[in-house]
Design a protein around this ligand. Structure first.
Ligand code: GLN
Length: 414
């Protein structure tokens, strides 16, 4: 199996047994969700996609839609105009709280329900046109045409009195730009858009890539809007759990009561997770646990970032069917993922090419990178010879080497 996929599959297997939490029930249709469904997907800013578990299972996006609609509002109106109606401070309160700023009447931020309804109401056109603009934008982020789960939409429309109350409150404060019922209707439809974990990963990768979808190559929002959106995700994305999330996971993220979470490693990756059982804050239990571990293992915490962001590949030279990859700097997960992708592409070129990976100028190798490179070489053994020039012994022998001892293997896997 492809080495990055193996890492994701292992994470899913490790967290399958966490059965804590319960599916959302306050929207009756969501109570039908399968508590066992569990999917994980990751997409790089080069557009490489990886997945494990039920990453192709469909569920409703719910609050994960909020940052993407915020980025659309920012693109259309600019930050100053949007900020007159919705703030950017973490509320420290639950997603459905009445958090309006004294004096201005603005909801605290665009990721709690009150702020999201106000943000949705900023998108131009009548209700139908506004919804289609929202759907088009979310589809642009996902790189495919997204559809609505009509049953979930109707279920929330029939029971969403608290959201209607929030809409009327913001209307009374003069920050809601539409009739309250219409604003809620567009918001409920937006929340009922169906996605998969893979979609959330592509959507996150588009934010990670400054607003251009790395799979389709199309720009969806401008880079300023993408950056501002990631900022509010970092501070407000997990509601009253946002502070601890930033400390422990360290990735801008957004959860939804459908069980989805989208997390972003800026400039590197988008990650999508799906698992319906929620904790008391309304965040998916397994998604939180798996993202915490993924962030630590792959070294993605944004504030503990010590690796070089630029490509480790200095040059790729090809001479008589032999490829030579010259690397430079520190190799972390992102660097190794890029190298593995490149080596596997070269291995497809022709029968039995020789690929030399030159680590003479590499300064440090993170364990996850060492593992991916070794697994890559081992996995391609039947098709290609992958040779490491490794004077400092940073990667050592690939795990297929017969002289490799179990102790060395364990050390590599740590
Ligand atoms: N549609 C849901 C609501 O407004 C979204 C909430 C969520 O996902 N946290 O209640």
């Amino acid at each position: 199996m492809e080495p990055v996929t193996v890492v994701l599959a292992e994470l899913v297997e490790r967290h399958r047994a966490d059965t804590a939490g319960d599916v959302a029930r306050y929207i009756p249709e969501l109570a039908r969700a399968d508590p066992h469904a569990f999917g994980l997907a990751m997409v790089s800013v080069q557009g490489h996609a990886y997945q494990a578990g039920d990453a192709a299972a469909a569920f409703t996006i719910q609050s994960v839609s909020k940052p993407f609609v915020y980025s659309l509002a920012l693109s259309e109106l600019g930050l100053a105009e949007v900020a007159r109606r919705v703030g950017f401070e973490p509320s420290g309160e639950p997603f459905n709280a009445i958090s309006l700023e004294a004096g201005t009447g603005r909801p605290a931020n665009p990721l709690i329900n009150a702020g999201a309804i106000v943000t949705t109401a900023l998108i131009g056109g009548d209700g139908e046109a506004a919804f289609e603009r929202i759907r088009d934008t979310l589809s642009g982020f996902a790189g495919r045409r997204l559809t609505v789960d009509e049953d979930v939409y109707r279920s929330e429309a029939a029971t969403g009195d608290r959201n209607r109350a929030l809409a009327y409150l913001t209307l009374s404060q003069g920050v809601l730009e539409r009739p309250a019922q219409q604003a809620c209707d567009v918001y409920f439809r937006q929340c009922a858009i169906e996605v998969t974990a893979v979609d959330l990963a592509v959507m996150g990768a588009t934010l990670a890539n400054g607003g251009r979808n790395p799979v389709t190559g199309r720009r969806v929002v401008d880079a300023d809007a993408a950056g501002a959106t990631l900022s509010v995700m970092a501070t407000c994305g997990m509601y009253d759990h946002s502070g601890e999330w930033m400390l422990r996971v360290g990735l801008p993220a957004k959860s939804g009561v459908g069980g989805g979470v989208c997390a972003v490693s800026p400039g590197q990756f988008g990650v999508g997770v799906f698992s319906p059982p929620l904790d008391p804050q309304g965040n998916s239990v397994r998604a939180s646990a798996v993202l915490r571990e993924l962030s630590a293992e792959l070294g993605l915490h944004v504030l503990r970032h010590t690796e070089r962001a630029r490509s480790p590949l200095q040059a790729v030279r090809t001479d008589h069917g032999a490829h030579h990859l010259e690397l430079l700097g520190d190799l972390g997960f992102a660097a190794a993922e890029e190298i593995v992708h490149c080596v596997r592409r070269l291995a497809r070129d022709q029968p039995r090419p020789l690929v030399t990976v030159d680590l003479s100028h590499v300064t440090a190798v993170r364990p996850i990178a060492r593992r991916l490179l070794a697994d890559c070489a081992a996995g391609l053994r039947a098709r290609t010879t992958v040779r490491f020039v490794d004077p400092a012994g940073l990667v050592r022998r690939p795990s297929t080497d017969r002289s490799d001892t179990p102790g060395e293997r364990a050390e590599r896997a740590e």
